[in-house]
Design a protein around this ligand. Structure first.
Ligand code: UN1
Length: 497
């Protein structure tokens, strides 16, 4: 299967059949390919190439740059099933979600094409006669992209599509766990570039197949003015100071610990469906996965019972075969989940589910039943993000208490309230409400659309990607003051003669 997928996507066999670093599929532990990891020297050469590509690309008018992204979007439409299946094979999310991820890429391409004609600046009134001021947006430089295994393609595309129309070149270091999807995306972009013609310079987009050392080398390079990194808070703590030390900019999209406040007036049928998708979908491996359910004490028993019932109906198994829950990424993720559940038990929490599944059939893959953990209070265990399907359940008495519990975690990515009380829903999204980058009403915390800015506060890193006005992050802002008079008045009325 992998051979035919790679062939259709346009990846040559020697790109993933050489080298000593094996890529295994989380679905069954089978080897998908062998790659060669690049070291610091290779990164150096790639940055130099990206710099040359940038110098060419920034000369191409923005709407024309948009045309390349439009062609890339067409490639993605044509190969949605192939790339979606490759995502499933390499990171283990179910095929429906693999397709969804490619759809996010298509959507952001559409948005970026429109944006390519709207890189607007302002005109500003000058305090001096015969002067005018404006703000211009210029291409920034080679953009470094570091992405995670769980969304191996969409976050790259959110950044790449906008960065390209803004006139930048791209250097992408994907997770070592999912380099093949990156090769697939690169091959499709290269096809689009070939169709586009000579205006697309050599080296406009490059993939760095490297490990941590390569990522650090990229983060340290002053020729890369912006690093956009998606991954764990631990990774962000390493990348951010390196970029800051050379006064580079970063966009960080790090861990989440996303909560739902479930009020007594809520539509429980809807809430249970939302809990199921957001806590169990992608086997709990989205940065937006639901991890904390804060439910009103009067409905707690009923909700837990209904959620357990919904969990019992979930099919776990091969993500290509119509199951709802695929495998965890690897043995380490499984062990971490088990150790957290053991600790919860030791602390007296009640744990439902969490066991390994299908071990006989797939001794080298890690399928689990999603877990529900009822806790009395929000301790350190709950405050930590565990990248696995564990849903902590807590109860509350009044809405202010729920709000305080909700915000009392170090992360601030996504959040939601289920309520039919307009006072509660408005309070939740008010300035005194959720402290997260994303706050939803009667929708789960995961599955955001690309039109809105995506990212969060506190340990989530503060970065925003995807829609809204994020294109500005990929450009250099310049303030211009033009004197069209025959005098030279100074600002602030200063006399200097
Ligand atoms: C991620 O898990 O890193 O909102 C990204 C969502 C998806 C993106 C998740 N659109 O769940």
């Amino acid at each position: 299967m992998i051979e035919s997928l790679m062939q259709r996507l346009g990846v040559s066999e020697n790109a993933y059949r050489q080298g000593d670093f094996a890529i295994t599929s989380p679905t069954d532990g089978g080897v998908l390919g062998q790659i060669r990891l690049e070291g610091a020297d290779a990164v150096e050469a790639r940055v130099a190439r990206a710099q040359r590509a940038f110098e060419q690309w920034r000369r191409v008018p923005a709407p024309r740059r948009g045309e390349l992204v439009r062609l890339f979007g067409e490639q993605l439409r044509r190969h949605k099933e192939d790339l979606g299946a490759l995502v499933t094979l390499e990171c283990g999310k179910i095929y429906q979600e693999g397709l969804g991820e490619v759809q996010e890429m298509i959507d952001i391409c559409d948005l970026a094409v429109g944006q390519s004609r709207q890189l607007y600046g302002l005109t500003i009134a000058s305090e001096r006669p015969g002067h005018h001021m404006r703000e211009s947006w210029h291409p920034l430089g080679p953009i470094g992209l570091i992405t995670a295994f769980n969304f191996p393609v969409a976050p790259w595309a959110w950044n790449a599509a906008l960065a390209l129309v803004c006139g930048n070149s791209l250097l992408w270091k994907p997770s070592e766990k999912t380099p093949l999807t990156a090769l697939g995306c690169q091959a499709l972009l290269e096809r689009a570039m070939a169709e586009f013609g000579d205006d697309a310079p050599d080296g406009l987009s490059q993939v760095i197949l490297g490990d941590r050392e390569a990522g650090e080398r990229l983060a340290d390079d002053p020729r890369v003015p912006l690093i956009s990194a998606t991954g764990s808070t631990r990774m962000g703590r390493e990348v951010a100071p390196r970029v800051a030390a050379r006064f580079g900019r970063s966009i960080l999209e790090l861990g989440g610990n996303n909560g739902m406040i479930l009020a007594p007036s809520a539509d429980l049928d809807m809430a249970v469906r939302a809990i199921l998708f957001s806590a169990v979908g992608t086997a709990g491996q989205r940065c937006t996965s639901l991890r904390r359910l804060i439910v009103h004490e009067s409905i707690r028993e009923e909700v837990i019972e209904r959620v357990k019932k919904a969990y019992a109906g979930v099919t776990i198994g091969d993500p290509m075969e119509g199951s709802l829950v695929g495998p965890l990424i690897d043995a380490q993720a499984f062990e971490q989940m088990q150790s957290v559940l053991d600790q919860a038990r030791k602390q007296g929490a009640s744990v439902f589910g969490g066991e390994r599944q299908l071990a006989d059939r797939y001794p080298d893959a890690y399928y689990v039943t999603p877990a529900i953990v009822e806790v009395e209070q929000q301790d350190d265990l709950v405050k930590n993000e565990t990248f696995a399907p564990i849903l902590y359940v807590m109860s509350y008495r009044d809405f202010d208490e729920a709000m305080a519990l909700h915000n009392d975690v170090p992360q601030g990515l996504s959040s939601c309230v289920f309520t039919s009380d307009v006072r509660e829903s408005e309070a939740f999204i008010s300035d005194l409400g959720s402290d997260c980058g994303i706050a939803n009403v009667n929708i789960g915390p995961s599955g955001a659309e690309i039109g809105g800015a995506f990212g969060g506060e506190k340990e989530t890193g503060g970065g925003r990607e995807s829609g809204s006005d994020i294109w500005k992050s990929y450009m250099r802002r310049q303030t211009n003051t033009v004197n069209y008079s025959r005098e030279l008045p100074l600002a602030q009325g200063i006399k200097f003669d």
